[in-house]
Ligand binder design. Structure first.
Ligand code: GLA
Length: 723
């Protein structure tokens, strides 16, 4: 609910448990408070404007000190604000000062659409949108700062639309999507890593100055995830305050926290300004991607569940979101590039015998690809490996009552490919400069419509021909030498944003053309794991590291923002191909059960006893996957020896707990694991014994002793009566 009090200039944006307060003071919009729901009476003192400049004798309210101290809800550059701005635009005369003054607001029941970008949708939910109009007359710039509230959530979606109402073009040098102004001691949590080690949590105090993360490599990146949380030093999983920003965007991003001389912290997120500039012609608009704002006063657990529910209900559009996903076997770690139709059909037969639903042919089915050094762009069948063709293979798979999935890396071109022979200029490159090589491939200049059309058509042909149900859309290199001949020199910094818009456009087109197609996004594992991609695909390959112990940590880090049901998770071979660790077969299954579930190993090499275990694992998946998809997720424990999590059904009568023993220690006390989110007065049955919900939450559940490293237990509890 949004309340506007014109007399006090207060806007109060109420979600279920939170309120964001904005206030107009002397023509500027400040954010004096964002947190737990409160009622306001006196409001005059909220945005302090009486900060004294340099000497105490001077009058309060002097302009420079006003802007440098005011908690601007959308800070701009120039006019005396010396903290990081959200907005900076260069005008005809070369100046880039913009003074964004409040000129009015409007409210809507409908959420305005953001053209060309992924965004939260409002299906089955009442929403309210507040638009604040901020204007700079000299520049002719109107900034519309847009906040949308959802009846079923504490998340607020924020984006900004910039209109050029002036006569001349303006160069947008920085248009961040969101800014929060917070007070008091804070710590920042970010998700960082690299290939095969994605999204490890880092928590550190916010000090004076600017602390930032971001990416400039063309994707949201393995290095930092486009997500940031600010918490109190005392915040834990179950208590304390936490604020968050998650970016609905998959390209270069920037997130920063700046603590100023008044001990106030400004947190911002948006497109990375270092690799961005946009010429906004007269009469045109620029739309920023959306940021999902979050607040919880009940710790990080509630904070994450806010995001999980919102992403499931308002970001992931796919109809597969709440459906049981097909259990697949992926050929990558089974065969790598070494396969042919005979091997594939053999794998399909074994998959069928084990009770799987889909065969996914990963890298190597196209062009003349036998290793990673050729054929990207040649999206037609590799005749040496599959001489009968894709249509034939599709029929063979269907005859077995299986579905067929296919890997593509549509954004790339190999120098050794027919496509490159025909169109060497289609690779992203700067004239007269060599192209940096990475994984033996270049990036396609998708900002050019003819290249997008080619990619769409060549993918659509195969999908149609072989009746493909699922595609894995991979992206395995970073963008270097960013440049496109389709833009003039002064607009080259539009490249990165146009590139990601192009990726979105192709995925949107595929989904429109093949409404039943399931896309799993991927980028060298989890290098583009963000809310932008989730708008197009219900799942993203979480990491190439499928070792159960590492994966448990990666999935736990990822769960800070993203729901487990969207994490691509497979059972792979032992010893693990990436790190060589040996973990129990059932542990690998228990970790994959907390994601989309599937296999990534050569089923034909399995012993009879292992085939039987696979059948048991698939039964577990069918029995429990509704909890992963629809349940609430709780992180219960993470230390050097153990990791534990819990899924609770929406009515709390079914509880699934996973405990992984990463490392055993001699003579440990019997573990009593405290559960969360149970009905305190209900009776839960576990292992033939009856416990109360309050007992399980306060004293804990006795975890069976586990023997060895990399082993695990799956504990399933049901409530006997409902209250
Ligand atoms: C990336 C993916 C893998 C696999 C390979 C194929 O690394 O993350 O799962 O598809 O590419 O080359």
């Amino acid at each position: 609910m949004i309340r506007i009090d014109e007399k006090t200039g207060i806007f109060a944006l109420y979600t279920k448990h939170t309120v964001m307060i904005l206030q107009v003071v002397d023509g500027f919009v400040g954010m004096p408070y964002y947190g737990e729901k409160i009622r306001l009476a006196e409001t005059d003192y909220l945005c302090r404007t009486d900060i004294r400049p340099f000497t105490p004798e001077q009058l309060p309210g002097e302009a420079v000190s006003f802007h440098s101290a005011f908690p601007h809800a959308y800070p701009f550059y120039g006019c005396g604000n010396f903290r990081e701005p959200a907005f900076r635009a260069e005008q005809q005369d070369g100046s880039d000062t913009c003074c964004l003054k409040y000129i009015g607001c409007s409210m809507y029941k409908q959420k305005p659409k953001i053209p060309q970008l992924p965004q939260s949708f409002t299906k089955n939910c009442n929403t309210e949108t507040l638009i604040l109009y901020l204007h700079d007359e000299q520049a002719g710039v109107l900034a519309e700062v847009i906040y949308t509230l959802f009846q079923d959530s504490d998340i607020i979606a924020q984006s900004v639309r910039i209109q050029n109402q002036g006569e001349y073009p303006v160069m947008l040098r920085r248009v961040l999507s969101s800014c929060l102004c917070l007070e008091g001691e804070l710590e920042l949590i970010t998700l960082n890593g690299t290939w095969a080690r994605e999204r490890y949590m880092q928590r550190e105090p916010v000090g004076y100055g600017v602390k930032s993360i971001g990416s400039i490599n063309g994707a949201s990146s393995h290095t930092h995830n486009p997500f940031i949380a600010a918490v109190r030093p005392e915040t834990t999983e179950t208590q304390g305050e936490a604020w968050g920003m998650a970016f609905v965007y998959s390209g270069n991003f920037y997130a920063c926290a700046e603590k100023d001389f008044q001990d106030k912290t400004q947190i911002m997120m948006g497109i990375h300004p270092d690799t961005f500039c946009w010429e906004l012609e007269s009469g045109k608009s620029f739309y920023t991607p959306e940021v999902l704002l979050n607040y919880s006063c009940r710790g990080l657990g509630r904070f994450s569940r806010n995001y999980h529910d919102f992403i499931r209900n308002h970001i992931i559009r796919s109809k597969y979101q709440y459906q049981e996903r097909p259990v697949l076997v992926n050929s990558w770690e089974a065969f790598y590039f070494d396969f042919d139709s005979e091997k594939l059909l053999h794998l399909a037969d074994t998959a069928l015998a084990c009770g799987l639903d889909m065969l996914v042919i990963d890298d190597g089915w196209f062009g003349h690809r036998d290793s990673d050094d050729s054929s990207l762009g040649d999206w037609f069948v590799n005749e040496k490996k599959i001489p009968q063709g894709m249509e034939w293979l599709g029929e063979q798979i269907q005859e077995r009552n299986l579905k067929l999935g296919l890997w593509f890396e549509p954004e790339m071109i190999s120098p050794d490919s027919e496509l490159f022979q025909a169109h060497p200029d289609w690779a992203v490159q700067i004239p007269d400069r060599s192209i940096t090589m990475s994984r033996n491939q270049y990036v396609l200049d998708l900002t050019r419509p003819e290249i997008r059309s080619y990619i769409f058509r060549s993918m659509a042909d195969v999908i149609h021909e072989a009746d493909i149900s699922y595609i894995k859309w991979d992206m395995n290199r970073q963008i270097t030498e960013a440049y496109t001949p389709s833009l003039p020199a002064h607009r080259q910094k539009e490249f990165f944003h146009r590139y990601i818009l192009a990726v979105y456009e192709i995925q949107e087109r595929l989904l429109k053309t093949f409404p039943d197609l399931m896309i799993e996004n991927c980028a060298g594992g989890g290098g583009r794991f963000d809310c932008g991609m989730l708008y197009y695909s219900p799942q993203i390959w979480c990491s190439d590291n499928t070792d159960a112990c590492d994966r448990a940590e990666i999935q736990l880090g990822t769960s800070l923002c993203y729901p487990p049901s969207c994490m691509g998770a497979h059972i792979s071979a032992c010893p693990n191909h990436i790190i060589g660790r040996k973990t129990d077969f059932m542990t690998r299954a228990h970790v994959a059960l907390a994601g989309t579930f599937g296999y990534e190993l050569d089923l034909m090499r399995m012993r009879q006893s292992e085939i039987q275990q696979i059948q048991t694992q698939i039964e577990l998946y069918h029995e429990y996957s509704h909890l992963t998809r629809e349940g609430s997720f709780y992180r219960l424990l993470q230390n050097a020896c153990h990791i534990a999590w819990e899924f609770a059904s929406p009515n709390r009568t079914e509880i699934l707990v996973t405990v992984i023993q990463i490392r055993n220690k001699a003579n440990q006390p019997r573990m009593h694991l405290k559960l969360q989110g149970l009905l305190p007065d209900s009776f839960y049955i576990f292992d033939g014994k009856v416990y109360t919900g309050s007992q399980l939450m306060r004293i804990g559940i006795p975890v069976p002793l586990m023997w060895g490293d990399g082993v695990s237990s799956l504990l399933y509890l049901t409530a006997e009566n409902k209250e």
